[in-house]
Design a binder for this molecule. Structure first.
Ligand code: SIN
Ligand code: MN
Length: 206
């Protein structure tokens, strides 16, 4: 385990090749039920370059009119999100050090030219639980800083199977993805990267 910033820990190679394949199959099943869609930024309605879906009781969504939020249904199909695969719940149990299970798993798909600007994950009421983040597919350049936007940042290349935990002091650390390195992994059929983030949303026992 490697500290990238206070409270931000990288577990390189957390999932071996066979576990990555098994998890990818689970995510394919999620996406078959809850298709990836193009999220839009609050107010401007500018489309994000990352495509998204979710599994879990709650999913993180964003659109022009209502902005960032959690909701129980897919914004395009109107259906409830599929359940979080057991494999992900077990991973949370292993690394989160939190007594309750995650309620939301955001699935981000990055094509070769997608990126994500520096931001904090702060739409959750429960900030005592960490954010657990897994990478599958092509490498990316991940950037993480402190809890102020202008704090110095560190950059690290994340590969398929790597896991990052943002907890404690690092729960509100600014982070983002500057670029994808297309063609660096054979896991997916085509180029691209999948990122999964597990989160608790509400406070208490739900
Ligand atoms: C996110 O912050 O939602 C995604 C981070 C990542 O893709 O590694
Ligand atoms: Mn985030």
């Amino acid at each position: 385990m490697q500290a990238l910033a206070p409270g931000v820990h990288l577990h390189p190679g957390y999932l071996d090749a066979s576990a990555q394949k098994a998890l990818l199959e689970e995510i394919r099943a999620v996406v078959a039920q809850a298709p990836l869609y193009v999220p839009a930024m609050p107010r401007t309605g500018k489309p994000m370059s990352v495509r998204m879906t979710n599994c879990g009781a709650l999913g993180w969504v964003t659109d022009k009119e209502r902005g960032y939020r959690y909701q129980a249904t897919h914004p395009v199909t109107g259906e409830a999100w599929p359940a979080i695969p057991k494999m992900l719940l077990d991973i949370w149990d292993d690394v989160a050090n939190f007594p309750l299970l995650p309620q939301a798993c955001l699935v981000n798909f990055y094509s070769a030219d997608a990126k994500m600007g520096l931001h904090q994950d702060r739409d959750e009421q429960e900030l005592g639980a960490p954010v657990v983040s897994l990478s599958l597919g092509d490498d990316c350049l991940f950037r993480v800083g402190g809890t102020a936007r202008n704090a110095p940042t560190a950059s690290v290349r994340l590969g398929s199977g790597d896991l990052v935990v943002l907890g404690g002091e690092g729960r509100l650390a600014f982070h983002g993805v500057d670029r994808i390195y297309p063609g660096t992994s054979m896991l997916l059929k085509n180029e691209g990267r999948i990122n999964l983030t597990l989160r608790r949303v509400t406070r208490g026992q739900i």
